[in-house]
Design a protein around this ligand. Structure first.
Ligand SMILES: [Ca+2]
Length: 335
């Protein structure tokens, strides 16, 4: 999810300035606080710090979120939390000891391999299927769905999306791929092998991230909700709020369903949350700051996570990142 010059091209000058100002506000009041605090204190205080920052972001009673071309002030009645209940996990816990109530496991990335990634691709969705990436790229006039060789980063096939659509997350269900759009309330169904478009369906919310747990679609829309959907009809079948130490977590972006858990990039941060979809509770946080993320352009943020069952490891990249990393998520060092 990103508001950039391409998105703003159709807006008037004053409108453009207003949106830019609000985007700057968002960036400096939430994401930067998360990152700066995270860098200073990680990894031991990871969960406590994030909880504190999330609470700070809504302590004024509202939280700015990008849900359409305007920034909507979303009422947030959540109380300012204490951080006492959030503790970082230890290596021993990760080795097998069950986490206690309110405990969040602190994880970091262990880079196993580095591969090229198309640095012009604004990655919005990523999944591995039969040894090939299925990738969705965003931005108006530049969106596509593509098949990519993981070893070389070469684009094997690309199907452009009509310029009025901003493509978002995707996931595969059997022999089909389902791709969201950001504000266009439309999901496309594609043939996974040929990338021929099969059908499109409508939904009411933004579209951010999407994954498939083997029986249902799980979707994010910029709010703290996980929405469950029927994979064939796309009808909503349920929803649950995502919480960290009792506080709602916004900006859950690209997703990956793995062994009953949902992994979610948190937009504009270098964090990946592990969510239990049965409860909505964040049970782990990955600090991916160790990855060599580009510093320019500003919207080159972490986004794109795919599980490789054959190696039991993850692929991770970002929007406009020149690299793709195969990684393990391992317990953060303590102390
Ligand atoms: Ca994914």
């Amino acid at each position: 999810m990103w508001m950039n010059s391409a998105n703003l091209a159709g807006m008037g000058g004053s409108r453009r300035i207003e949106v830019r100002r609000k985007v700057e506000f968002l960036r400096h009041t939430v994401a930067v606080q998360v990152l700066s605090l995270f860098r200073r204190h990680r990894p031991v205080m990871v969960a406590a710090i994030l909880v504190a920052v999330l609470a700070t972001g809504c302590s004024g009673g509202t939280r700015p979120t990008l849900t359409d071309e305007r920034l909507v002030e979303t009422p947030d009645s959540a109380a300012v939390p204490t951080v006492a209940g959030a503790t970082a996990g230890t290596a021993e816990e990760s080795a097998g000891t069950a986490l206690g109530p309110g405990e969040v496991e602190a994880l970091v990335v262990e880079v196993l391999e580095t591969f090229p990634h198309d640095a012009t691709a604004s990655t919005q969705g990523l999944e591995l299927h039969n040894g090939v990436f299925l990738e969705s790229t965003g931005l108006y006039g530049r969106s596509d769905i593509r098949r990519v060789d993981p070893a070389t980063g070469s684009v094997l096939q690309s199907v452009p999306i009509d310029e009025q659509f901003f493509a978002e997350g995707l996931t595969r269900v059997d022999d089909q791929v389902i791709q969201l759009t950001w504000r266009e309330n439309t999901a496309f169904y594609w043939d996974a092998a040929t990338l021929e478009r099969i059908k499109e369906v409508s939904y009411a919310s933004d579209g951010w991230g999407l994954c498939y747990d083997g029986s249902r679609l799980i979707m994010t829309d910029g709010t703290p909700q996980l929405t469950f959907r029927d994979p064939m009809t796309f009808d909503e079948t349920g929803r649950i709020p995502v919480t960290l130490n009792g506080q709602e977590v916004y900006n859950l972006n690209e997703l990956e369903c793995v062994n009953g858990m949902v992994w979610a990039n948190i937009w504009q941060t270098e964090l990946i949350a592990r969510i239990d979809p049965a409860t909505g509770v964040v049970t782990g946080l990955v600090d991916a700051i160790a990855l060599d993320a580009p510093t320019e352009p500003e919207n080159a943020v972490l986004n794109g996570i795919a599980w490789d069952a054959s190696t039991q490891s993850f692929y991770v990249t970002g929007k406009l990142w020149p690299n793709m990393y195969r990684v393990n998520f391992v317990p953060a060092p303590t102390g």
